[in-house]
Design a protein around this ligand. Sequence first.
Ligand code: URA
Length: 263
Amino acid sequence: MQSLLAQRSPCGTSGRGLAPRRSIVRVGPVRATTDATTSKPKPKAPQQMLVYSPPHPLIKHWLAILRSEYTPSPMFRSACAELGRLLVYEAVREFLPTIEQQVQTPLGAVADATLVDPTRPIKVVPILRAGLVLLEQCGQVVPFQETYHVGYVRDPVTLQASAYLNKLPAKLAEDDLFLITDPMLATGGTMVQVIDDIVARGGRPENVRVVAVVVAPPALKLLADRYPGLKVYTAMIDEQVDERGYIIPGLGDAGDRAYGTSH
Ligand code: URA
């Protein structure tokens, strides 16, 4: 895969170029480091939310299929799952914890080996309904994962989201790793609620990655204000959200289109 492109989001959330780092490190929570000369904690660098839109033709292709109003529901679902697979691949690049071991090859030789740490499965959090579709192929990319479904319903007038389902454990550990999926980040209200909930249960926002198909400026602004260190992986930043909360040009109601629901 090509190196990631960090985009400057239209809401003023600054992005910066991300040099591809190939070495795999064990990901842990971010802690303040100590200055060796004074023993005083170093001031933390200001955090900026990063929005990655990988410049890959396959990502563009599947996004185009999703955007088209003529794409039938089964194809919409498989395109969404495919896009999810590609975005999850990028999102876990420097996120998956690894262990160093040695393996014996068929030639009687021993090779150093880096493996995904089976003791720290990623906690995958799909926001129902459409977040589930985006995750369909996640198991093929991430060898060890646990799934915790959450469901929110949006009031059509106030656009406020309220939870009707939450399978997250009551207590989370500081070093738990989370991958939250929701195809459409329009206002960002639901995503903020999910991250708030993870933090209230003991998780850390630094250990959260968000995967979305399309994101819009109001969502990016809300998320950047509340969680400046967040990393968002998306196929596209669209320009607007209409008065009903739909992203324009967008792709319509992702859940309805994925499941063939008509009103
Ligand atoms: N949710 C959707 O499914 N589509 C949008 O455009 C916005 C929110």
